[in-house]
Design a binder for this molecule. Structure first.
Ligand code: ATP
Ligand code: MG
Length: 330
């Protein structure tokens, strides 16, 4: 039997190049070797978008199409909608007894995100948001996943899921699989403002961005603040444009680095070349997305069938969990 993967995205906006190189590409490459489940985490998206349910709803199909466009094959992988699997919510309730509030408050990613969401939460974060790593542990274990391909920001979440699994197995007997995280070669891609590229942060190049928008975004990105004139010596290690050249796999990386350091090339040239590399990679993805965009019924079918299949797997796990917890009444 193939090993399992559980991975996915929050439907909070279109997917961006950070997702592509940080998670999606890996996901696509692994779908032959692993039985892959891709979750569209609408329940988790509501933890910080509860006042904006139409935004979450709107992005479910978009995120599904971004996955399909990037190469997720519905004949190999199962794409599903989290809220259609109520078993995940039940598991979340059981696991919430296995995690302390201080442990949740110590999670560095959640801490950072609460800081970023000051406008929404002020000093009063909700129970749902603080607890989303618990629901993520339920997402993963509902499928008894072996591997979870993620970006670096999700590593603390996977560690928390592993702790929950160990605690569960220790109390109720061996039941759940302890998942492992897998980060890509580019685990934390910076946005145009140098913070983590995030779809809720307004600093991303989206997979659906047309060439003229990409050009505009790249042109206005801050490079090395110490390099003002072409002849100034640059520092590629601080420059997002150089990072992106690495990601998009230019053959001329060494030349770019040398010329930047010596002051033989300017940022304008570097940005122009990057725009061309991005267009080359995104063109076939955008073409495939167009195909799905014109066939909404097909996307709906993929999600419907995927969710049915996912539910049947999660049901089995929940049955087992309930047996172990002596909740098997009739
Ligand atoms: P949001 O701001 O709504 O949380 P997000 O951009 O962080 O959106 P998610 O849906 O939370 O996207 O994450 C989906 C997957 O993409 C996760 O595995 C996450 O680790 C990965 N990921 C997100 N942003 C980056 C990034 N900048 N670099 C690498 N991986 C990333
Ligand atoms: Mg995120």
């Amino acid at each position: 039997m193939k090993k399992r993967i559980l991975t996915g995205d929050r439907p909070t906006g279109p997917l961006h190049i950070g997702h592509y190189f940080g998670a999606l590409k890996n996901r696509v490459a692994l779908q032959d070797e692993y039985d892959t489940f891709v979750i569209i985490a609408d329940v988790q998206a509501l933890t910080d978008n509860f006042q904006n349910p139409e935004k979450v709803r709107k992005n479910v199909y978009g995120v599904a199409m971004d996955n399909l466009a990037a190469g997720i094959d519905p004949n190999k992988s199962t794409i599903f909608i989290q809220s259609l699997i109520p078993e995940i919510a039940e598991l979340t309730v059981f696991y919430s007894n296995l995690v302390t509030i201080t442990r949740l408050q110590r999670n560095p990613t959640v801490k950072e995100e609460i800081e970023q969401k000051k406008e929404l939460f002020g000093d009063n974060v909700t129970f749902g948001f603080l607890g989303y790593p618990v629901s993520q542990a339920a997402d993963i274990t509902a499928f008894q996943a072996d591997l979870v391909p993620v970006g670096e920001d999700q590593l603390p979440q996977i560690e928390q899921a592993r702790e929950i699994v160990r605690k569960f197995n220790q109390i109720y007997g061996p039941t759940l699989k302890e998942p492992e995280a897998k980060v890509s070669q580019f685990p934390r891609i910076r946005g145009l403002d140098r913070a983590k590229m995030g779809k809720s942060l307004n600093n991303a190049i989206y997979l659906v961005d047309p060439p003229e928008i990409i050009k505009k975004k790249v042109t206005s990105a801050i490079t090395d603040t110490k390099k003002i004139y072409l002849k100034d010596k640059g520092h590629p290690e601080v420059c997002v444009i150089y990072d992106y050249h690495k990601m998009f796999g230019t053959d001329e990386l060494d030349i770019i680095e040398k010329e930047c350091r010596s002051g033989a090339r300017g940022c304008v040239q570097c940005k122009k070349e990057l725009v061309e590399s991005i267009a080359k990679i995104l063109a076939p993805i955008q073409e495939k997305r167009q195909h799905y965009q014109e066939r909404p019924k097909l996307v709906e079918e993929i999600l419907f069938e995927g969710s049915q299949k996912a539910r049947s797997v999660a049901k089995k796990t929940l049955k087992l969990v309930k047996e172990k917890m002596h909740l098997n009444y009739f």
